[in-house]
Structures are given as C-alpha cells and as structure tokens.
Design a protein around this ligand. Structure first.
Ligand code: BG6
Length: 482
C-alpha cells in the first residue's frame, strides 16, 4: 500500500501545540516543496482553540516564520496552505469527533488515505484511539491505507506501555502503528547502518575481539526551561535513556539484518535489547544540575535526575564482556551526541620510545557536527620512533550537506509511505521499559547511589568520571574539530 503519491489526509491531534509549529508543519512543507508528497495532501488540525481554517493557517505561517524561516517560500506556502483545515474540538468530548468525521467526509468526498498524528499529551492517546475505533475511522480498504503516528512518551513504565499497546491494538493493527523516536529519523543515526553494513572494513572489527568498550554521550547545553512541569515527572531516564539512547545502543550493537525491511531491522534491534543484562545500581550515576530545583514546577527537594550515566552489557556472542558506557544530561558544557568505539590496546609495545600508546578510536558524530572520526597513531617525524594520535575525519559538510533534513521530514514521509523501519515496534518499547523499570523503581525507593549534583555548564557530576575510572577509562569526546 505504498500509494503515498495519492491524495492523503493528515489529521493532527493536538494541532495547537509546539510540535506542530516547530516540527510537523516545517517538515510537511519541505516535503511538499520537494514534491515528495502529493500536492493534494490535506492537513486537518484538531485542537481546542477557537480558530477557523484561516486563523489556523495564520498561526502555522507564524510558526514557519519563527522556526523555519529559511524554508519558507511565500508563493509555495500559498498553495500549500489552501489544503490546511481546522476542526475545533476537545479531545475528551465524543461529539467533537463527530464534527471532525463530518469535516473529513466533506473534504474528502471519497475514500482517501489517512494518517492520524497523535501530537497530544500521552493521557489523550487512549481516548483518541477509542473514539477513532468507535467511528471505525481506522478502517482500510484494498485501495486506501490508514496509519497512525504516536508521539512519545509511549507509557511511563512497563505496565502503562503494555496497557497502551493493548488499547492501540484493540483498534489498529500493529502494521498501521508508527511509534516515533525522532532519533531514528536523524540522518547520522541511519548512517550508522550504512557505515556498518555498506563497508567491509569495519564490521570484522566490530566485536569483543577488537573493541575494548563503547561510549555513548548525549549532552545538551539547554536546561529543562519551561518544560519543568513535564520533566519533573519524567526525568532523564524516561525522557532520553529509555528511548533515544537505547536505540543508539541497539543500532551500534545489532547484528546485520538479512534484508533491509522493517521486520528484519526491528527484529535485530529488539534482539539487542533482550541481550542487555539487568543494570546494576552500582553501575549508575544519577545527577541533577544545581539550579534545577529553582525552576517553576519543580518540587522542593526534587530527586528527578537531569543526568544519568550507566554502564551496561550486551550479553551475546559479539559483545560479551564489552562495557557500554552511556551518559545523557541537560545543562552540560557542550551540545554533542556521539558514539565512540575504543579499540583494544596493541598486544605488544614494540617501540621503546613510547611507554604507552593511545588505543584507536572510532567516533560516530550524531550531532551537531555530523560525521565520523577515526584516530590512530602516527610516527612523529624525526629521529626515534615516537608516535602521536591523529584524527582522520569526515564531516557531512565535506559532501556539501550543510543542512541535513530534519528527522521529522524523513519519519513523516516514511509513515506516509508505509515504511515502519525507523519506528519502534510494540515489543521493542516493552523491552526497553523492562530494562529501565527496575532502575526507576529502585530510585523511587531511595536505593542505590545518592543524587549527585553538578554545576550547569560542566560535564556532570564527578561520580560519572569515577564510574569509568573504576575500570581504568575516561569519558572521551571524539567529534568536533578536535
Ligand atoms: C526529546 C526530549 O525527546 O529529545 C528532550 O524530550 C530533548 O528533552 C530532545 O531535549 C533532544 O532531541 P535532539 O534532537 O535535540 O537531540
């Protein structure tokens, strides 16, 4: 059912929210400009604000000016906006779904492909799905598909994720459901697959025989800002680790799939999640930047972590004994997301001039300076055999790609085309929760290490350094110009 070029109606629930303006509309507009989606793609926003079609269009245009000014093209916008509509409604009021259904029928006139986008708070996911189900608005026919994209967070623990999956699957078939993890839409994350499986020279080394350990750093300079209300209940483990970071671990550690399709790919990433052994509390560091408690909406004495560092193991033939150190935090010194494989030390120090050598390192730079860096030893010119580490690097800029498409562009297009490869399957979500649930529960009971505070603009608590120092390692940053 890949007839995405046919007219399609995209219904956005929660259309007055930030995500619609910041991400969805710029992504759709960009796809429209590139003629990657049908010119007849209709967008119908559903939200509570008392707007009409014209007001909604004006709000979206404002959003484009603010968030995607470079993309905006007034003439193209004019035709694009002709296909934007608005249905005022309350997510909890059944009659408002009747109005929506009537508007869709009026606009479409005949069966049409549909994509529902749930960009609301998670508490509305189940009610929306039920209302769609009651009205059989999930139905497909041989000529038309109906897909649904669900934003994160998908549950706040294993039990709620299982429940939500039950509610989703009571109405939609799994093949109709696209659970978004925007990290999978990033070019550089997908490039991990190309790098590993479109080259012969790296994959033979990609295992316990050559890799000493793996580090994944996700650092943000921003703090929680005005999202403290949400963040206070979520914290970094739910906000970043359970989803984005475990996806990065999976793609780094997965076996090559036999074919490049959604099932094969997701089978392999889920296998990695199953191979991760339960994380020990002593292998975790929970941090909070000092000013966090001053933010509005944060409880006095809050223990919500804004930083986490975890050592975990993927217990399988390929990775047995290789630690994966993963850290993520807000209000840190630099914005960077990178994956580094540190290779083993040479087995024998041949050159007496060097008392030690730096092991080789390969860094996959997810953002912001997208690229790949490989460090190796080279001889310092002159007498003797002293050596130093040098960096062989590739930046996306080098191939003229200064601006990579936003993750949402790719993901929306895939959801329209019916390609679920870069979306999370129900079993993957459930397994990820299964891994973090015991940690969150222990943390809530006050077990494990105490909360480690850190100053904004640093690399997090010193305990995170100690986590690696215990094993004789240091956190490394392998991206940027360095
Ligand atoms: C979101 C989190 O999923 O990812 C945010 O809710 C976080 O807290 C964001 O800032 C990071 O995304 P990116 O693409 O900027 O790394």
């Amino acid at each position: 059912m890949n007839n995405h070029a046919q007219p399609t109606t995209l219904v956005i629930f929660g259309a007055s929210g930030d995500l619609t303006q910041r991400k969805l509309i710029p992504a759709l507009f960009s796809l429209y400009k590139k003629e990657l989606i049908s010119a007849e793609t209709r967008i119908v926003g559903f939200a509570r604000r008392p707007w009409d079609h014209a007001q909604f269009r004006a709000v979206l245009l404002d959003g484009m000016r603010q968030f995607a000014p470079k993309l905006l093209d007034a003439a193209v916008w004019e035709t694009f906006a002709e296909n934007i509509f608005y249905s005022q409604g309350d997510l909890g009021t059944p009659a408002d779904y009747d109005h929506l259904q009537a508007l869709l029928a009026q606009l479409e006139g005949k069966p049409t492909n549909r994509l529902y986008y749930l960009a609301t708070g998670p508490e509305y996911f189940a009610p929306i799905i039920q209302q769609l189900g009651v009205r059989r608005m999930d139905e497909e026919d041989p000529a038309h598909w109906c897909h649904m994209v669900i934003e994160k967070p998908f549950g706040h623990d294993l039990a709620s994720a299982l429940e939500l999956n039950r509610e989703v699957q009571a109405v939609f078939r799994e093949e109709q459901v696209y659970r978004i993890d925007h990290y999978l839409g990033k070019e550089t994350v997908q490039n991990l697959l190309t790098f590993r499986f479109a080259n012969t020279i790296f994959e033979p080394l990609w295992n316990r025989n050559y890799v000493d350990h793996v580090q994944i750093t996700n650092a943000e300079t921003v703090d929680v800002g005005h999202r403290a209300g949400y963040y206070e209940k979520s914290g970094v483990v739910r906000d970043m680790f359970q989803n984005h970071l475990l996806q990065l671990v999976s793609l780094t550690a997965m076996e090559p799939p036999a074919t490049f399709n959604a099932k094969a790919l997701r089978d392999e990433t889920v296998k990695v999640l199953h191979a991760i052994s339960p994380v020990q509390l002593r292998d975790t560091v929970w941090g909070q930047y000092r000013k966090y408690r001053d933010a509005e909406g944060v409880a006095l004495g809050s223990r919500t972590p804004t930083f986490i560092a975890i050592k975990l193991f993927v217990e399988n033939w390929r990775w047995q004994g290789v630690p994966f150190y993963v850290r993520s935090g807000k209000a840190l010194a630099e914005r960077t997301t990178e994956i580094t494989l540190q290779f083993k030390q040479v087995p024998h120090l041949l050159f007496p001039d060097n008392t030690s050598l730096n092991p080789n390192r390969l860094s996959i730079c997810i953002q912001p300076d997208e690229g790949i860096h490989l460090t190796f030893e080279t001889k310092i010119p002159g007498g003797g055999m002293r050596s130093k580490s040098v960096d062989m690097d590739f930046h996306y800029d080098d191939i003229g790609e200064h601006t990579l498409p936003d993750a949402y562009e790719r993901l929306l297009l895939d959801a329209l085309k019916g390609d679920a490869s870069l979306f999370t399957r129900s079993d993957g979500i459930e397994r990820a929760w299964q891994l973090v649930d015991p940690l969150l529960q222990a943390w809530a009971r006050g077990e494990g290490p105490s909360l480690a505070f850190y100053e904004s603009g640093t690399w997090g608590p010193t305990e995170a350094e100690q986590l690696l120092a215990r094993d004789g390692h240091k956190w490394m940053l392998g991206c940027g110009d360095g």
